[in-house]
Design a binder for this molecule. Sequence first.
Ligand code: PLP
Length: 358
Amino acid sequence: TINFSAGPAILPHDVLKQAQSELLNWHQTGCSVMELSHRGKDFEQCALEATQDLRELLNIPENYHILFLQGGARSQFAGVPLNILSNHTSADYIISGYWSKCAADEAEKYCQVNRINVKTVHEEKIGIKSFNQWQLTSDSAYVHYCPNETIEGLAIFDDPQFNDRIIVADFSSCILSKPIDVTRYGIIYAGAQKNIGPSGVTIVIVREDLLGKAKRELPSVLDYTIQTKHDSMFNTPPTFAWYMSGLVFKWLKQLGGLTIMEQRNRSKAQMLYQYIDQSDFYSNNIATENRSIMNVPFVCAHEEFDTMFVAEAAQHGIIGVKGHRIVGGIRASIYNAMDLDGVQCLIEFMKEFERVKG
Ligand code: PLP
């Protein structure tokens, strides 16, 4: 089976194999890692190594804290404003698709949200305005955006260049897909279940100077300052997901890090987009420079073929390609763990489907 699901997504096969081999007896403890105290020295070491490996992979400076929390990316839709609004009454939300809109909707419970639409449509292709055309307001607490809209397959690749603003980014579906300049951000957060590990862990990377500003009513588990003080163990952390994330970080380091990962991801995406573009049967509606290298949505020439495609693909062992319910169509998610052969198999199936139906 080749799984193109948008999340929870496939994990690297080598990582699953290793987890399987040590599932019942981890590090000669005679127990599964899931059964051990998060305060024991074995797990503490595991947690520390995962944190350090992530720091190394993303080149995260020492003045940023790395948290392994629970609640998913959506919990951070509330966590962000409640942690850093401080005395401000408003925040800027860049709207580029479904997830950035959801973040804005949640934030609106806590502050005035300035919604800034950055989408463009040119010759029926959807794109994103360049940073200098983003009409930010001057007195808002921060600017929130989503660099990879998982549902639409719409991406903003460059790190934002706003020196005087606190940038908050939801990296759920593109973290670790390429190197980024962390110093450009105040807060980066991501649900794990695409490029990091199993669902259940949420990564928050927060700059030191943003701590200590939380609203009194913020639940303690979401409070970055409290969680930093407790090394993400204020409450019992998702230990198994944290351990698995650590294995994924080691796998990424072994492969050569994020520059290599980016080349791999770009090759996979290019192969798929090239096939879509040369075909009269399939199409993708995103402007070339904003095409996601993680999520590739497309449609067939006639809508009724989309459903058939999903069903017939499953019969060929290709699963998880149904487009999100709000946009329909087909979507192939090709996160870090998907290899070139997997994408090649999908293309072979697409060719055959087009030959029969086209
Ligand atoms: N943000 C983005 C960009 C996503 O892709 C998703 C889930 O797919 C979420 C947020 C929501 O994540 P969670 O289910 O972990 O709350």
